[in-house]
Write a protein that binds this ligand. Structure first.
Ligand code: MG
Length: 451
């Protein structure tokens, strides 16, 4: 069964986030630590990205966990997927101090379950209830937890990624890595070096002021990476968001590769080797469907949010349905053979392996993909549920998918209207291979939304 989205008070789709010192305070994070420690007794691994507020906030979460009787292992600065990998190996829970792609003034907490996935909605609501009602199960003096250093544990993650590919597979390939001064500074360059690649880096020092570019790897922020790819003759450039669960790419010609194209390209590569479902949110490009079907695979749609993709993949696989790949159209890709979470370092490694097997360079592979046109908009609205039911009625004779908002599927196009979880607005997406068809369908939807 597909996981359903549930309303939470504090946490969003990927943890709780806010401006450090204003919303994201040590006292809030201490409460999160005490609540998590009350729910998950045992040994908890914690880590953080490079933000300046990280040391203060990780101290707060550790204090809360130890006060609740948990032993804590501090893994220091590392990517979220590295912490997730470590937790699944041997820990009872985890907490990652990160605000992912948000600007430097933000920070946040992602809670990790023993299976390495982010905490689901139901459990998060229980955690929130404990925080709001201050229901903490604190330990007496003899049971207070202890802290130990786990800075060396990230090497297990590095090794597991590198060992997923033939030895020295990247020999002769030049690549450029831009971790953006974020959590991947000591992982992705190392992974690609151990795979045999010749690695150039930029923004590869841990720096929470993010002097080189913002944590969101946007087209504008990656111009230096693009220049470096061209000047070094690299096969590709890869950049991560602040906690390195997402990867974006620059091709050998220095062009930014749209993230749906990365997902499409990797789906083509993985599905060519392994049959199974490709799991992706309803907001992903139809390119994924076209490519999956071309390879004899099917697409399973989920609500928007990586946790829904991961949990759907786990559910399918537990029911005996093979799963080839999961991924979002924002550069977050999940490899079920390795672990059920988005993994930026693994995605960079898969790109090496993919290019070794293909005869064309990355630019040629991207140009060969079918081109889709996307129209995107957001409409301020107070009653989004009314809009959804109005659209449901108007399009009742068409193929509808109500997984998250409403998606109207036509042969040549699709449209998605989805209420935002955090703001009074609906997001509208319309896509087609034909630009005019997309535009016309968008106008039709808008006429229905605002009659
Ligand atoms: Mg992230």
């Amino acid at each position: 069964m597909k996981p359903k989205k549930m309303d939470k008070r504090l946490f969003g789709t990927n943890g709780v986030r806010g401006i450090a010192g204003r919303d994201m305070t040590p006292s809030l994070v201490l409460s999160i630590g005490m609540a998590l420690g009350s729910m998950r007794k045992g040994t908890v691994a914690v880590g953080r990205d490079t933000r300046t507020s990280g040391p203060a906030l990780i101290s707060a979460v550790k204090a809360g966990l130890m006060a609740a009787g948990c032993d804590v292992v501090d893994c220091g600065i590392l990517p979220t997927p590295a912490l997730q990998y470590i937790i699944r190996q041997r820990f009872d829970a985890g907490a990652m101090i990160t605000a992912s792609h948000n600007p430097p003034e933000y920070n946040g907490v992602k809670i990790i379950e023993p299976d390495g996935t982010e905490m689901g909605d139901e459990e998060t609501i229980v955690l929130e209830d404990r925080i709001f009602s201050k229901k903490f199960d604190l330990a007496g003096w003899a049971e207070v937890g202890r802290e130990s250093n786990g800075a060396n544990l990230a090497d297990g993650y590095l090794k597991s990624v590198v060992d997923s590919f033939p030895h020295n597979i990247g020999k002769g390939m030049t690549v450029v890595v831009d971790p953006g001064c974020g959590a991947a500074v000591s992982t992705t360059p190392e992974i690609l070096t151990r795979m045999g690649c010749r690695v150039f880096t930029l923004n590869a020092q841990a720096d929470g002021t993010f002097p080189g570019r913002m944590p969101e790897p946007s087209v504008e922020g990656l111009s230096s990476l693009a220049e470096m790819v061209k000047s070094t003759g690299a096969a590709f450039g890869v950049a991560h968001d602040g906690d390195a669960d997402r990867s974006v790419f620059i091709d050998d010609q220095g062009r930014y590769v749209e993230e749906n194209c990365v997902l499409g390209l990797i789906a083509d590569y993985v599905c060519g080797k392994q049959k199974g479902a490709v799991v992706t949110p309803v907001s992903s490009s139809r390119l994924v469907e076209v490519i999956a079907e071309r390879n004899g695979c099917n697409v399973v749609y989920t609500p928007v949010g990586s946790i829904y993709v991961a949990r759907t993949m786990i559910g399918l696989s537990q029911n005996g349905t093979p799963v080839a790949l999961g991924g979002e159209g924002n550069g977050g890709i999940i490899y079920p053979n390795h672990q059920y979470c988005r993994d930026g370092g693994m995605t960079a490694a898969v790109m090496v392996s993919l290019l070794v097997e293909k005869t064309r360079p990355l630019s040629g592979l991207i140009d060969a993909l079918p081109e889709f046109h996307l129209v995107k908009d957001k409409i301020r609205i107070t009653d989004s549920l009314d809009i959804i039911s109005r659209l449901k009625k108007a399009y009742s004779s068409e193929s509808l998918d109500m997984t998250d908002g409403i998606r109207i599927n036509r042969k040549e196009s699709w449209a998605l209207v989805r209420p935002s979880g955090t703001e009074p607005l609906v997001r509208v997406m319309v896509e087609s291979e034909d630009k005019n068809v997309a535009e016309e369908f968008y106008q039709e939807i808008m006429a229905c939304i605002s009659p």
